[in-house]
Design a protein around this ligand. Structure first.
Ligand SMILES: C[S@@+](CC[C@H](N)C(=O)[O-])C[C@H]1O[C@@H](n2cnc3c(N)ncnc32)[C@H](O)[C@@H]1O
Length: 390
């Protein structure tokens, strides 16, 4: 078979995989111009609201850049690049792996390996619908979610699903909203940063939004770790600072995130979002100790809180209901819902506040809050106290 025929067949296979939606990944390496800063390009399918697109991750020496293209545009680009700019191409589809090697004289050699249905393939199949992929994912590997081959570790399957569910949820908001030139997001109590990295990666590298994310975290060791991983991943606009949420301030904050920030750290984060005039506040509250410790046992609802588990749930509902009322009072439309299955964790309630221009009846909301507090003998609520100082 003439060598150019092998190139034609390889390009046909790429076209089929793009059109039949069974591409897992196309990797182009061995740049013909060795002095060029661009080292590799990875192409993966990405399902956006606007339909199927192909995400080109351009790996430069010190950074990554991502651009999304339609099927036709992507095919045109790939045809231009293969054999001209890149000499080693690996095509992974659900059915097979093909490699194309082009030598200096332009002769191409195609090697086809049919997949045996093995674990890796199953992993790829399961993965292909996820917004965040585990293959070639530096931060997921460094955080211990997947191994060097991009396989999600057995014990990390829940975490991986949670990360993807979260990004999917957030994507609905970010895809349909107009953004400022730079979207400034602050993640309060970012911890080990699983969700912070994934959100940055998705917004910047898949949606192409010019985003800047700051993770605020008390624990210095986690800030150090996350900073290292961010640098390694080439995430130039993702930074971590070691600070108390209480003391954090920034010129512009468009979105505040606080996921499982402990107890009143959630109140601090909401408060910071309100004073910064953020457009969106996203939190997943956890451990509602402040309100629980305030709840009296001599109320008309004594029977409701007799059992510890119900007392805990009651504290959760009261804390978050009052938080949402106060956010509504400050001009946010709020939504509370379960964002992941409660099979593995009960910390699955998400509260989203979106700033609107609708007028609020502050007096009526204050009366509601007062009534709730009185009913359960709650003397104070952290967010209410914080806001009272404004
Ligand atoms: C349960 S972890 C959640 C981490 C991450 N948001 C997630 O969902 O994976 C809560 C983090 O909030 C941090 N934290 C709690 N209070 C804080 C405060 N006042 N200021 C900054 N960080 C805080 C803790 O150190 C911890 O790492």
């Amino acid at each position: 078979m003439p060598k150019h025929q092998q190139l034609i067949e390889f390009l046909d296979s790429i076209q089929d995989s793009f059109q039949n939606r069974n591409l897992i990944k196309l990797s182009m390496s061995k740049a013909s111009n060795r002095t060029d800063d661009l080292k590799m390009i990875y192409v993966t399918p990405v399902e956006l609201r606007s339909g199927l697109k192909f995400s080109f991750k351009y790996r430069f020496k010190t950074r990554d850049e991502v651009k999304n293209y339609s099927t036709e545009e992507a095919l045109e680009l790939v045809k231009e690049l293969i054999g001209n700019s890149f000499m080693q191409i690996l095509l992974n589809t659900n059915e097979e792996e093909q490699q194309l090697l082009v030598n200096k004289k332009g002769k191409a050699k195609r090697i086809v390996k049919k997949h045996v249905i093995d674990q890796i393939n199953l992993n790829h199949n399961k993965e292909k619908n996820y917004l965040i992929k585990s293959v070639d994912n530096i931060y997921l590997e460094r955080l211990g979610v997947c191994d060097k081959n991009g396989r999600v570790k057995d014990k990390q399957q829940d975490k991986f699903r949670q990360i993807n569910r979260y990004v999917e949820l957030m994507s609905h908001w970010f895809e349909k909203t107009d953004h400022p030139t730079t979207l400034n997001i602050v993640d309060m109590g970012s911890g080990k940063g699983y969700l912070t990295f994934a959100l940055y990666d998705y917004l910047k590298n898949q949606l192409g939004i010019n985003v800047s994310i700051t993770g605020v975290e008390l624990r210095e060791n986690l800030v150090k770790l996350c900073t290292e991983i961010s640098n390694e991943s080439g995430f130039n606009d993702l930074t971590f600072v070691s600070k108390d949420i209480r003391d954090f301030s920034a010129k512009e904050i468009d979105v505040i995130i606080a996921l499982h920030a402990c107890d009143t750290a959630t109140d601090l984060a909401i408060y910071q979002g309100i004073i910064a005039d953020a457009k969106l506040i996203v939190c997943a509250p956890c451990c509602h100790k402040q309100v629980r410790s305030e709840m009296g046992s001599t109320t008309q609802f004594k029977a409701l809180t007799k059992h510890g588990i119900f007392e805990e749930r009651q504290a959760e509902m009261l804390t978050d209901t009052i938080r949402s009322l106060l956010m509504e009072r400050e001009g946010f439309k709020t939504k509370i819902f379960e964002f992941i299955s409660n099979e593995h964790t009960r910390k699955n309630v998400m509260m989203i506040g979106q700033k609107t221009k609708a007028k609020r009846n502050r007096k009526q909301i204050d009366d509601n809050v007062k009534q709730l507090k009185e009913s359960f003998n709650i003397k104070r609520h952290e967010l209410e106290d914080l806001l009272s100082k404004l």
